[in-house]
Structure formats: C-alpha cells, structure tokens
Design a protein around this ligand. Structure first.
Ligand code: DGJ
Length: 658
C-alpha cells in the first residue's frame, strides 16, 4: 500500500482513527479496523465469510483510500482472494453525526457465504461504558434501561424480521465513565437505519477495551453473494456529545429533520383519527359527522383508520378482510370519493389507513393466492392478530403491496396522507418463492423490497404524507423514516404512560415526527391529555360528537393554542428538564430563537418547586401559561417557581423575550 499510515474521520466531538501498518493492515488501536473471523481474531467479528472454496478465514489489507467532501472510503482486499470490502464514512460535522456502512463484493469462482456482515465496528477505548437500551412491547414502547458493560459480550437484538422493533428499538446510548447524564459527560448514540432484525454486540475484552459491532442480525440470515454482485449493509448512525444526552438528542433532532424525514422543514397539521373513536364500527354518516366535528374544533386533517374495506369478507373486526382493499359497500356505499369531497368542503385534508404487507386467511386475496405469504412447509400456519405477512420477496406480492397504496391514491386524489400499518412479526421464516438454498435471504430481501415500495410510492406521490405505524412503534428507525413524515409511537395513548413513551422516543426523534393523540384512555383530565399530546404532533382519537359542550370548547381552545406554539414545538431545540423516571413532576422545554414552550406534567403530588429553564439567551422573559393564569418574569437562564400540582395536573408555559 501507499505511504498512507493514518486515517482520521472526524466531527467536532468524535474522532475515529485508523492506522495502516507497513503490511497494509488496518488497525484501530491494537485491534483490526474491521475484525474478520478465521485468521487470528478470536473476539466478536464484524465479518464472517466462507469463501467459494470453503476457506472460513478472511485477511484484509488496505488497497485504496479516498476522501471526497464529507465521504471517506477505505478499500480493503483479501491477500489471497479477489474479495473486497469498502468501509464508508459519511460525516455531518454540523450535527456531530457519522454514518458508516460497508460494501462487500468479490470475483471468486462461485458464491461467497456471508455469515456475519456488520455495518460498523466501533472501537471505544479502555474506559468503562454504560449502555442504555430502549426496550418494551406493544403499547409499552421504548423504556430506558441502563447497565454497566462488563467483561464479555452483551447483545441487544431483534429476530422479528418485520415489525422488528416490537421489543427493542434499534438505538442505544453509550456513556463513558458513568451512567449517562442529561447535561454532561461523553455520550454516544448509535442506531441502525434498518427496519428488519438487528444485532448490536458490545464486547469488553480482557484489557477492558470496549467495542461495538452493529448491523443486520445475521441470525438465520446467511447471505450467498454471487461474483460481481455488491452487498451493501444498512447505515449505522453514530452521534456524539461531550455534554450529555440532551445535547446528543438536539443534534440528532436537527439531523433527523434535515437528513431523514421527508419535508422535515414543513409544519405538521393537526389530525383527527377515528380509530379510538369508532374502531371498526362506523358508516358514511358517522365519518361525515366526525369531519364536521373536526372542522368545528379547528383541526386540519382527518384520518380514516382500519375497517373501511372488504367485500366478501367485510372488515368488521380484525379477523377478516385484510388484503381486500375495496371499500366496504355496507359502510361506505359511495366509496371513498364522497368522503374526500366532504373533507375538502370542510377545508380538511383526508388520510387513509393501509396495511398492504398483510393478509387475513379469511380474505379474497388469500383464497386466490395462498402461496403469497411467509410460511413454513408442513407447519400449521401461525397467526398473529389473525393475520399473515405477504412474502415481499415474490415480485407479484411486492407489486401488489405497492399497487394497494398507489391505486388507492390515484383513484382518490383527495387523499394526501397515508398511515402505513404493519401488525405482526415473523415467526415462521419461510418463503414459498425463494429457492431452498436461499431461504436465509428472506429477512434481508423482505426489507429491501419494502424500501423499494416506499421509494416508488414517495416518487409517485411526493406530496402525500406518510405515517409509519407498526401496531404502534414497531418500525421506528432511521431507515423507514427516510420515507415518512412521522410515526405512531404507541397504541398506549393514556397520557400518564405516554409521558414515558414520548420521553423515550425523544432521545432519537424530534417532536415533529411523533404523533401524539388525545384519547379517552386512562380517563385522565382532558387538559392533561391535551398538554401531553401538544408536546408532539397534536391529534385526537376521540368521538368528538360525544364531547360535552365544556370539553368541546376546551378542545377548540387547545387546538387554537397549539397552532400558536407548534412552530416552537416542531422546530425548536428540546431540553428534557425533569425526567418522569425521577418524578412525580416531569418537564420538557422547546426553545426556538427568543421563545420557548415548557410542558409540566405532574404524575403524582408535586410540591411547589423552582424549575431551571435552559437554552435561553440573556435578557428578561415573560412566562405565561397557555390556557391558564400562571404568569411570571424571569431572567434568561433563570428559574421559575412553579406551583404545587396534584396528580395528572399539568401546565404549558410560553416563554417570550421581553
Ligand atoms: C394498530 C395501530 O397502531 C392503531 O393505531 C390502529 O391503526 C390499528 N392498528 C388498526 O387496526
């Protein structure tokens, strides 16, 4: 190799440094830059390869290097095989973010077997690290759980394939030297931009050195790479802060708004959803009446949820009809057009719920195409929520899923919003389409097919907004969110529990992307429910026809108030001031320019206590309660004494420079 001996990838807070030895080996500290299995490395590998002649070892040497703008590429080649690996690093210095991924290709005589193919191997040095994961389940997503990494390998993973994040989000935080703090200390955020199974291995070696090997979960996913083809791993996103989790999140939020979300610079509308209002039980008149209600409250967008379709198998509950995307003639005798027209006449946009990847066995689709689903031969079909997953590796199934959305949108140009749902994971990972010796490609090809569908849809309907939903937050990752405008965090809409769930998501996603709806769940005070929902993208999931006059008036004033503060909430910098995990009071602050909005939630009896505000410049500020009477004046960077609050009382405060 050349005289190049040091390669440095840098952002203001991060440096990834490689050394190239005289023999051309790439090292990071004393470890290989990309640890490969089979030729000396005895710890967790990033790459495990079986070459076409059966050799299970790989030995890479640096063969090239390029740095163009913010993209660095290190090319490696095996000494004994025409087998190449490129390590790519894209830096976003303004946000302290580095994306890294690998590309693998070869010109061997036959297919090469990839048994492990991580996107990133990060060498973190010898100090101790604490790991925060975001674990959960349906209706109980993204709880923070922190532990110290000790000797050996700690793995966080998903083996679910589809709706892959039901039990664990594909993101984590590493903190150097002690548990992660909000405003100080080194923290590193990691996230795989991939909607399928993932594996994050954190290994502390014998000398206390820590490595993170992150990528697609290789579990049952051996990939056979043909000569001449390139295997590109998904991007692993790393972000750094030397000032704690708060700054890390603010950097990631900016990065997500500018680099991930579609139209991340456009304010989001206030939405009425009929799901928790009607579930499957509605008709045309009911929807029109909800549209009237939405208009009266000042809302801007209506979303028709599950239950609008099915002919032979009307979708009156979740047991049938999925796959038959024709309006139910009983419920909607005039189809969707009359509803989109009714919305338009009321000055509302119209959205629709779709779950194109899924099918109920009791559907015309399944009757005609029983081989179109993921299933194992000789095994009884295993249902979740009475449904099966279309095998998107089959070109006809992939085309069908695209057409479901494309046709619905073409036939109904009045629809400008889609909620894309996905309500089960894989338990029998067989593809009736893939050949017997390529069954292990299912997990990867499924996600690739899904991304193709999303990309085609975004191209064909650029102005249609997409909500990513997966029975709640089963698909909230930087891969899927590239195609979406927002996500549905959870079917848990009790605001008392949403405070925790939204807190969890806020570590990696900005408020603009987080759909937060006022519902009856938990039977909390309406004000509390609104105050929690207003800290995200506000919506309602309630039968507005049934609101009392007082509640209707309150809802209308809350919607109007949100319009006043949404710029700060959706585009401001987030400061998590008081954690609900420490309770009973939990507070959030968004800052944009000279204004801030503070959300105060009391989950028990909170005594009167000063609250330190953050992120404000010097000067005098007026603090005034939104839809309330509290008033104060503070000096920038100062504290405000908040009154005692009882359980499920809350306040929203505007802070404006005088
Ligand atoms: C799961 C979603 O999370 C809910 O919001 C709702 O859309 C239902 N699916 C509909 O079946």
């Amino acid at each position: 190799m050349t005289d190049l001996c040091q390669i440095r990838i840098q952002t203001p807070s991060a440096t990834i440094e490689f050394v190239v030895t005289p023999e051309g080996r790439l090292l990071c500290g004393e470890a290989p830059g990309i640890p490969t299995a089979g030729n000396g490395w005895v710890f967790e590998p990033a790459l495990t390869v079986v070459h076409s002649d059966g050799n299970t070892s790989t030995d890479l040497r640096v063969a090239g290097f390029s740095a163009e703008g913010d993209l660095t590429k290190i090319e490696l080649e095996d000494d004994a095989y025409p087998f190449q690996v490129s390590l790519l690093f894209q830096t976003y210095p303004e946000d302290d973010v580095i994306e890294t991924w690998t590309e693998i290709r070869h010109e061997e005589t036959g297919a090469v077997r990839l048994d492990k193919f991580a996107s990133s191997a990060l060498h973190l040095g010898n100090q101790p690290f604490w790991l925060t994961q975001f674990r959960g389940d349906w209706a109980d997503e993204v709880h923070l759980s922190e532990e110290k990494l000790t000797y050996g390998v700690k793995t966080l993973d998903s083996k679910l394939g589809v709706r892959a994040h039901q039990f664990r989000a594909p993101w984590f935080i590493l903190s150097g030297g002690g548990p992660a703090q909000e405003d100080e200390g080194l923290v590193i955020g990691g996230s795989l931009a991939w909607s399928g199974s993932f594996e994050f291995d954190f290994e502390v070696g014998p000398r206390g050195e820590t490595r993170a090997i992150c990528g697609i979960n290789p579990f049952a996913s051996t990939y056979h790479l043909s000569p001449g083809d390139t295997f590109q791993t998904p991007k692993m996103v790393w972000a750094w802060s030397k000032s704690g989790k708060g700054e890390l999140s603010r950097k990631l939020h900016r990065w997500v708004r500018t680099r991930v979300l579609r139209d991340g610079d456009r304010p989001r509308d206030i939405l009425l959803n009929n799901w928790e209002a009607t579930y499957f039980s509605f008709n045309e008149a009911k929807i029109v009446s909800l549209l009237d209600g939405a208009k009266a409250l000042g809302m801007e967008l209506f979303l028709l949820d599950d239950g609008w379709f099915g002919r032979k198998f009307p979708r009156d509950d979740d047991t049938q009809g999925l796959g038959d995307w024709m309006p139910d003639a009983e419920k909607l005798p005039h189809g969707l057009g009359i509803l989109t027209q009714a919305a338009k006449e009321r000055g509302l946009r119209f959205g629709i719920w779709l779950e194109p990847e899924m099918v109920n066995p009791d559907s015309e689709l399944f009757e005609a195409h029983p081989d179109c689903v993921i299933r194992q031969p000789h095994r009884e079909l295993e249902l979740q929520r009475n449904q099966l997953i279309l095998d998107l590796t089959r070109p006809e199934a992939k085309e069908f899923a695209f057409q479901v959305a494309d046709r619905t949108l073409r036939e109904n140009p009045g629809i400008s919003y889609v909620k894309w749902d996905c309500n089960r994971y894989v338990t029998q990972p067989g593809s009736p389409y893939l050949p017997a010796d390529r069954q292990s490609h299912l997990w990867i090809e499924y996600v690739r097919a899904l991304y193709e569908i999303f990309a085609r849809l975004a191209e064909a309907h650029p102005s249609v907004e997409l909500m990513m939903c997966s029975g709640g937050g089963g698909r909230v990752d930087y891969g899927a969110m590239k195609f979406a405008h927002e996500y549905w965090p959870s079917d848990m809409t009790d605001p008392a529990r949403r405070v925790f769930i939204q807190w969890g998501y806020s570590h990696f996603f900005p408020a603009i992307a987080s759909a937060a709806h006022v519902t009856e769940l938990g039977n909390r005070p309406l004000k509390f429910a609104f105050d929690v929902a207003m800290s995200g993208r506000l919506g309602m999931d309630m039968d507005v026809d049934k609101l009392s006059d007082a509640d209707r008036a309150y809802a209308a004033s809350a919607v109007a108030a949100y319009k006043e503060i949404r710029g700060v909430v959706q585009f401001g910098d987030l400061y998590r001031l008081e954690s609900p995990y420490d309770g009973p009071r939990s507070t959030l602050q968004y800052v944009l320019g000279d204004s801030a909005v503070v959300f105060v939630y009391s989950l028990g009896n909170s005594p009167a206590l000063a609250l330190d505000l953050k992120g404000l410049g010097a000067g005098q500020y007026r603090v005034s309660e939104v839809l309330g009477v509290f008033e104060a004046e503070i000096v920038g960077g100062g504290a405000v004494l908040l009154p005692a609050l009882g359980a499920y009382e809350s306040m929203v405060l505007r802070v404006d420079r005088l």
